[in-house]
Design a binder for this molecule. Structure first.
Ligand SMILES: Nc1nc2c(c(=O)[nH]1)N[C@H]1C(S)=C(S)[C@@H](COP(=O)(O)OP(=O)(O)OC[C@H]3O[C@@H](n4cnc5c(=O)[nH]c(N)nc54)[C@H](O)[C@@H]3O)O[C@H]1N2
Ligand SMILES: Nc1nc2c(c(=O)[nH]1)N[C@H]1C(S)=C(S)[C@@H](COP(=O)(O)OP(=O)(O)OC[C@H]3O[C@@H](n4cnc5c(=O)[nH]c(N)nc54)[C@H](O)[C@@H]3O)O[C@H]1N2
Ligand code: SF4
Ligand SMILES: [Mo]
Length: 738
């Protein structure tokens, strides 16, 4: 956490973890990966019961859905017709949730590993034995080395309750969540330091005159209601600028595609700002009213001429000018998207700052079609595990290295401490919904970290790669089989229909086999560790009902309302508080010795004969979690590597050739893939979908399909301000398989 943030921003920071997402309601449109439920033939759903209250978690956007049940079996998922968010649509992944539910490879019973970590042999055990073992092993480590010797890697709805238990009640600060440290945490902190408000992607794309996407590829990256809002903006005539080294699905719809040299985005942003400032094409009134340190920034970025950036970014100066003029012509109704996945090069905080400052000089905060702050429904009670007696020093506090960290502890600090025992040993590891093998760069270090643990427990739904390293493996209920997670949201882009909603996840099918939900599992471990008297709720239902009570609701009431409670919106989404501020120059950063104005920090270029490895989303998968889904794999079961056509000719590669990839440290991919020859990627980079190439043989469909991009990321870089991981600064060459 930033040390000098005001109390107001500190409170906001604390709420990032729980913050919800912006929502909109627009007509559904066919587009890649966005699938409307097909019309059923007459009579199809005779004898079919509809269960309301589903909340999708095939990804983390949590669209609202209903389940169709026949003869006790879930046969179909559809968007909840009451939804003002995703409406009746689900994406391809959401539809395929049915296949996840009944996947025969799913975890069914608690298991003990009687083989070794990484080469497991599973023995089915009782819940009693599994829970006793977890508690006994955790307690042994805590008694010997203190609570800080326990670390946790959580992600997703199911991990929130146990995360709070380990963090607040047990008291270990060494918790690293992938959605912060390998995803959006750096963006959140960059915007918070600049505007004191976490961004939450509240970008009013539907009403924008220009949509500006920097390394964000809607149509492949699918968060349904967000993509719909983007499509609606395009339908309304918004001009689209896409900055991407690759001709992405968004680039294909753009008016201006800027095929930037990877890693140089901050230089581009500084040059756009400098040009706008030098030519008085910025929102002078807005900057005077809300800006702080504008003159310092203007002076500090003067060197960034269009020509200088053109050379650094390897794009024409005229194109940078064209983009800048387009933004200026339509300010403040320009949607500068903050991006989501932002842990790219280890210089990412500065890029986030530059994006936020560009938004500021265009006056594009609070205006229609710009960056707005959606007000979500109030009143949900925060039921939490109580703070325990013991509060220990975190790695972050002891080592004092990154002063603007997202919630939790930087992953690399945990791995370092575990591998060196300095400043303290880390000997027990709780993994809950995070696939460390596929998620964290440098797999060898992750595996060494796990190998040195006295105890590793893992709670998951599928036998993914990470589960191979557990001593005890516990079968969680999936999102279709349990209560959990309140979701609130608002839609504001149709002003006359400004509405808010509150919903809670309810099961659409009973839990199969011996699966148990996260509240039950956490409570049983808590009792065994001596925290039985601190349990905040005995069941998921009780937890949800207590949280909903503050808003005058209950699960029964929600169910009676079709799964979703809808109420009028109370706040005008446009406009800004009087104390809104844009820190073009940040005193907080200055005090701590970081660049106080947005600053370009170059990253190393590819060594001779190597190409930068870029990866991103498949519209048909969510990372690795969907890699055993029979419907999704039938459509997309590998990740061809995109190679520029001119480069391919030089390398003697043809479309469809089989290759393996070898990185700059000599690490070769375990599996092979094919080459996709295309002009739609720069010559200095190659691209593939992330999440393929599972090494777990227990995934009978996903095993060894495609290449694991993470296995090729061995060179580490960590963002100095935030401690987040960079995932795009490794290089590969392609080896043709004859
Ligand atoms: N190289 C590289 N690394 C990346 C990225 C990248 O683009 N490239 N992307 C980054 C980003 S943006 C993110 S958000 C992270 C995502 O990282 P993760 O969250 O680790 O990825 P997932 O594959 O979604 O799922 C993790 C695990 O959760 C399990 N799981 C699914 N549902 C449940 C459930 O209900 N309960 C429990 N207990 N477990 C469940 C899955 O089976 C899987 O083992 O990865 C980051 N890492
Ligand atoms: N279908 C699907 N949708 C998803 C997810 C999923 O797994 N599947 N995951 C969700 C999650 S958790 C997240 S965080 C988001 C992530 O979605 P995004 O934030 O869109 O991130 P990526 O998918 O990594 O997209 C990366 C794009 O950045 C480009 N790029 C690479 N290097 C550079 C560079 O140096 N500069 C610029 N300007 N561009 C560059 C790549 O070519 C690619 O087109 O997607 C969400 N939506
Ligand atoms: S975007 Fe797709 S996968 Fe994500 S929650 Fe919505 S329906 Fe599910
Ligand atoms: Mo993410």
């Amino acid at each position: 956490m930033a040390r000098h943030l005001t109390r107001r921003s500190f409170l906001k920071a604390a709420s990032i973890a729980a913050a919800s997402v912006p929502l909109s309601k627009i007509a559904a449109q066919a587009q890649p990966g966005v699938v409307r439920a097909p019309l059923a033939a007459p009579g199809t759903f005779k004898n079919t019961q509809t269960v309301v209250g589903g909340l999708c978690e095939m990804c983390f956007w949590r669209c609202q859905m209903v389940g169709k049940i026949r003869d006790g079996r879930l046969i179909k998922l559809e968007g909840n017709p009451k939804s003002i968010d995703n409406e009746s649509a689900l994406c391809a992944r959401g539809n395929a949730g049915v296949k996840m539910l009944y996947d025969p490879d799913r975890l069914k019973y608690p298991m003990r590993n009687v083989g070794s970590r990484g080469a497991p042999k599973w023995q089915r055990i009782s819940w009693e034995e599994a829970l006793d073992t977890c508690a006994e092993k955790l307690k042994a480590v805590i008694d010997r080395d203190g609570v800080q010797s326990v670390c946790m890697f959580p992600h997703g709805s199911s991990s929130r309750y146990p995360n709070q238990f380990f963090q607040r009640t047990v008291g270990t600060p060494n918790i690293s969540e992938s959605s912060f440290y390998q995803c959006r945490g750096v963006r959140d902190l960059a915007y918070m330091v600049t505007t004191e408000i976490p961004p939450n992607e509240d970008v009013d794309m539907a009403n924008a005159k220009v949509i500006f996407l920097l390394g964000c590829h809607f149509g492949e990256n699918i968060h349904l209601s967000h993509v719909k809002q983007y499509v609606r903006g395009l339908e309304n005539g918004a001009k689209l600028v896409v900055v991407d080294p690759r001709y992405s699905a968004s680039a294909a719809k753009s008016h201006i595609w800027v095929p930037i040299r990877p890693g140089t985005d901050t230089a581009l942003l500084l040059a756009i700002m400098n040009y706008l400032i030098q030519n008085d094409k910025y929102d002078i009134d807005f900057v005077e009213r809300y800006g702080e340190g504008f003159e310092d920034m203007a002076e500090g970025i003067k060197e960034w001429t269009l020509e200088k950036a053109a050379e650094e970014c390897d794009i024409p100066a005229a194109q940078i000018k064209e983009v800048a003029d387009l933004l200026a012509a339509h300010m403040p109704h320009v949607a500068i998207h903050p991006g989501r996945f932002s842990t790219w090069y280890g210089n990412d905080f500065q890029r986030g700052r530059a994006l936020a400052c560009l938004t500021g000089i265009l006056g594009a905060f609070g205006a229609k079609g710009s960056f707005v702050s959606a007000q979500n429904p109030r009143g949900i009670t925060n039921i939490r595990w109580p703070m325990g007696d013991e509060q220990v020093d975190s790695l972050q506090r002891i080592l004092d290295v990154h002063h603007f960290t997202p919630p939790g502890t930087p992953t690399e600090l945990i791995r370092d401490a575990a591998l060196t025992g300095d400043p303290f040993p880390i000997k027990a590891c709780v993994i809950w919904g995070q696939n460390l093998i596929q998620t964290l760069p440098n797999q060898a270090r992750t595996i060494k970290m796990l190998e040195q643990m006295d105890f590793v427990m893992c709670v998951d739904i599928m036998p993914t790669d990470i589960t191979m390293f557990a001593d005890i493996l516990l079968p969680d209920c999936s999102y279709l089989e349990c209560y959990n997670q309140i979701k609130t949201g608002t839609q504001w882009d149709l002003a006359e229909k400004h509405q808010q909603f509150i919903t809670a996840r309810m099961p659409v099918a009973p839990p199969g086999f011996e699966r148990r939900d996260n509240v039950w599992i956490t409570n049983e471990i808590a009792k065994r560790l001596g925290y039985g008297d601190k349990i905040p709720a005995q069941t998921q239902e009780e937890l949800n009902d207590k949280m909903l009570a503050g808003a005058g609701l209950s699960l029964a009431q929600l169910r009676a309302e079709g799964g979703i409670h809808i109420q009028p919106g109370v706040d005008d989404p446009y406009g800004l508080d009087d104390d809104f501020i844009v820190h073009f120059f940040s005193d907080d950063l200055d005090w701590d010795g970081y660049p106080p104005i947005p600053t370009y920090i170059p990253v190393p270029r590819a060594p001779e004969g190597y190409y930068r490895l870029l990866a991103g989303r498949s519209p048909l998968h969510t990372f690795n979690r969907t890699q055993n889904n029979s419907w999704l794999m039938a459509e997309n079961d590998t990740n061809p590597v995109w190679v520029n056509d001119k480069l391919a000719a030089r390398l003697g590669l043809k479309d469809g050739d089989e290759v393996s990839l070898v990185n700059q440290d000599g690490i070769e991919s375990r599996t092979t893939t094919t080459v996709k020859v295309t002009p739609g990627i720069r010559e200095d980079a190659v691209y593939m979908y992330h999440g393929f190439g599972s090494m777990s043989p227990d995934l009978s469909i996903g095993y060894n399909k495609g290449v694991d991009s993470q296995s090729l990321i061995t060179k580490l870089a960590v963002d100095p301000e935030t401690g987040t991981h960079a995932l795009r600064n490794n290089f590969v060459k392609l080896v043709k398989i004859s």
